[in-house]
Design a protein around this ligand. Structure first.
Ligand code: 5HC
Ligand code: ZN
Length: 162
């Protein structure tokens, strides 16, 4: 027997983990996932998805996008990228690579830069026209953090639990 050739690439694996993490999100409109990797050893350092902080109930806080700011999700949700940074349990994120299903906002960009990450691989950039993303890209570029869109030959990966 020879080895399998249809195994997934490291990039597919890590973006797949970011996508799988996003499935945990309770946000009805955007489910975002992130995975942080030591790019030299291909070891996973952390994962995260967008959700409320610990001890804040998914059922008691709002999930709406519009209206009184206090009653929208935006004041409360922790972004997937920040959650991944905060979930790293002391791992050194210097020189690491972030896989995220949505381009990071300006606030996450600050945390990415300050934690020493060097690369961002993203799937969607659906808010690219917003000032938030423009500010994010400005800071990331100044800080020398590379970012590039995820590319793959495969459209879909199935997880079969049966
Ligand atoms: N990069 C990001 N990572 C994230 O985790 N989020 C989260 C915040 C919200 O929970 C949701 C965006 O909701 P909406 O504006 O598309 O309905 O995704 C948002 C962005 C966009 O900057
Ligand atoms: Zn963010």
């Amino acid at each position: 027997m020879t080895k399998r050739n249809d195994y997934i690439s490291w990039d597919d694996y890590f973006m797949g983990l970011a996508l799988l993490s996003s499935k945990r999100s309770k946000d009805p409109s955007s489910q975002v996932g992130a995975c942080i990797v030591d790019s030299r050893s291909n070891r996973i350092l952390s994962v995260g998805y967008n959700g409320l902080p610990r001890f804040c109930s998914d059922d008691e806080y709002p999930w709406t996008r519009e209206g009184d700011s206090m009653e929208t999700k935006y004041f409360y949700v922790v972004h997937a990228e920040l959650n991944a940074i905060l979930n790293c349990r002391g791992a050194n994120l210097e020189e690491s690579r972030l896989y995220t299903t949505l381009f990071p906002c300006n606030e996450c960009a600050k945390a990415i830069i300050q934690s020493g990450m060097k690369q961002i691989v993203y799937l969607s950039d659906k808010y690219s026209d917003t000032d938030i993303v423009k500010a994010s890209k400005r800071m990331l570029t100044s800080a020398g953090v590379e970012f590039y869109r995820f590319e793959t030959d495969i459209d879909c990966l199935n997880l079969n639990f049966k």
